[in-house]
Write a protein that binds this ligand. Structure first.
Ligand code: ZN
Ligand code: ZN
Length: 267
């Protein structure tokens, strides 16, 4: 049966190779090492004249250590929507475009080269446009990629809750305490109002002493989810802190439980 792709330019098609095929194997390694997108990691290599000339992972090559709490998941965006909310999922950071850019940066002309990709089963329009503009000949995928790299197999396991212990700190907790405690209950993790070494994640409400609470928490090296009421100014240096995993700006009239749950299941 023909595979229906969400997007495929006219006159183009994919080619397929079996698992373990050497160039595909290198794309698989690029996926494991370079992909900065933990939600749907993807890797690609560019092959020219029988040689791998560039490797890249989606999520701007930032590497698999990255904690990424995707606003698209927090906000329950339908498939294909809300990309503007997330800097990591920008098409420019997709493996196809990254691998072309890296080849060009290394002084290799991608005209006539092939792309081998491991981790996905189709390419979005901006990536096809970029590949066609760069003169890419063929795109190779894993045999049966459309059955291997599905929402159920790639995306869903990522959203199985992993964390066990969460703490909540800061002033004015009454605004969010109930939502946080219900969300924790839903995913089966324990919540405490004291910082402990065992915490997987610390939630900080940015109230009056937000800045000092935040620096106390980050001194322990814990990932932080920060809450602030709309209109409250959170200092730039906090928003840039590498331990800040997510910043949720909330309004008093909106329910937070679902969003908090959507944040916690991504750790
Ligand atoms: Zn994202
Ligand atoms: Zn793409």
């Amino acid at each position: 049966m023909a595979i229906i792709y969400p997007y495929l330019p006219e006159g183009r098609t994919f080619k397929f190779v079996p698992d373990g095929y050497p160039f595909l194997e290198q794309a698989k390694q690029a996926r494991a090492k370079l992909a900065g997108d933990p939600i749907w990691p993807n890797g690609a290599v560019l092959v020219k004249d029988g040689m791998v000339v560039a490797k890249a992972g989606n999520g701007f090559d930032r590497g698999s250590h990255l904690v990424h709490i995707c606003p698209r998941i927090v906000e329950d965006c339908p498939s294909g929507q809300g990309y503007e909310l997330c800097g990591l999922h920008d098409p420019e950071g997709h493996a196809e475009q990254m691998v072309i850019k890296k080849a060009q940066e290394a002084g290799v002309d991608p005209v006539g080269a092939d792309v081998y990709m491991y981790g996905h089963w189709w390419c979005c329009k901006p990536c096809w446009d970029a590949m066609i503009a760069a003169g890419i000949k063929d795109v190779y995928l894993l045999d049966g990629a459309h059955e291997e790299f599905t929402r159920e197999k790639v995306h869903a396991p990522y959203l199985v809750p992993q964390i066990k212990k969460v703490s909540l700190l800061g002033n004015d907790l009454e605004h969010i305490c109930d939502s946080v405690s219900c969300a924790c209950k839903e995913i089966g993790c324990t919540l405490s109002l004291e910082l402990s070494k065992e915490d997987d994640v610390v939630m900080v409400h940015f109230g009056e002493e937000g800045a000092s609470v935040f620096s106390h928490v980050t001194s322990l090296g814990k990932p932080v989810v920060l809450f602030s009421l709309e209109g409250i100014d959170v200092p730039e240096e906090i928003l840039r802190d590498s331990l800040l995993a997510y910043h949720l700006v909330y309004r008093l009239d909106t329910s937070l439980q679902k969003k908090i749950k959507n944040i916690l299941i991504q750790f």
